[in-house]
Design a protein. Structure first.
Length: 257
């Protein structure tokens, strides 16, 4: 876009790339397996090689500018890239030689690229990943119905609200929690966080939720949060990009020719 003489603006969005694992399967029901899968991912490498500047590596679903984002959590032992520790956790879980599972993905290039990288990085700890590209309707239907071992895609973390993300992914009955994963205390913390519209009041219980889920081995494994870019001519003024893709265009003006 710069080569075309356009100005560029962008923002980190409320979308993130991640992998949902089906905790109804015995392998993924084991917290140590999920913890190992988290540690086996080199997120900066994935973001750089697959997305360039289009994704910010993170082990949590919320973008850094979101009040629900936990500062320092990405540097914690449960989030840091550590292949040796990941192998140790798999062995402690009873899978010293790893195991095989299917990873469903879309057919578009970015989806197949990220699936191939996940296949390679999890292969380093002995996990044998069978990548299954699927046409969009089949792919989305399988995910919605919980008919998968694991599935990689993009997900929204703050629409309409951050609490909805927790309900959808971390509480029984959630759309993307097909086997009713549940960590004791999360529902109570969510109720506390949802009791006020003030982000400063909501932060402590929400941050504890995210920290506890990470330490347990999350059922959705974050990779990076998406960045969106817009190109515009220098005659355009007032363009503001929303993290939720609901930009208000009313304030935009265009110079007369």
């Amino acid at each position: 876009m710069r080569a075309a003489g356009l100005e560029i603006t962008g923002t980190e969005t409320a979308d993130f790339w991640g992998v949902i694992v089906n905790t109804g399967l015995p392998e993924f029901a084991n917290p140590k397996v999920r913890q190992a899968m988290m540690l086996a991912l080199d997120r900066p490498s994935i973001a750089r090689n697959v997305f360039g500047e289009g994704c910010v590596p993170s082990a949590q679903p919320f973008r850094p500018g979101d009040w629900a984002y936990v500062p320092g959590l990405d540097e914690s032992p449960a989030a840091r890239y550590d292949v040796a520790r990941a192998k140790q956790l798999l062995a402690e879980a009873g899978y010293p030689d790893g195991f095989s599972f299917e990873l469903q993905t879309g057919t578009m290039q970015t989806w197949t690229q990220i699936a191939a990288v996940l296949q390679a990085q999890w292969g380093e700890i002995g996990l044998k990943v069978d990548v299954r590209p699927m046409e969009n309707v089949q792919f989305v239907t399988a995910r919605r119905n919980g008919e998968f071992a694991s599935t990689v895609s993009t997900y929204q973390s703050a629409r309409p609200d951050q609490s909805e993300f927790v309900k959808t992914f971390y509480l029984p009955g959630g759309l993307f929690n097909p086997s009713d994963y549940e960590l004791p205390g999360v529902a109570e913390l969510l109720a506390e966080s949802s009791s006020s519209p003030d982000p400063e009041v909501r932060k402590p219980p929400m941050h504890k939720i995210m920290t506890d889920i990470l330490n347990d081995g999350p059922p959705v494994i974050p990779i990076c949060t998406r960045t969106t870019f817009y190109g515009y001519r220098d005659t355009v003024h007032g363009l503001e990009v929303s993290p939720l893709f609901d930009s208000n265009l009313a304030g935009i003006t265009v110079d007369a020719r």
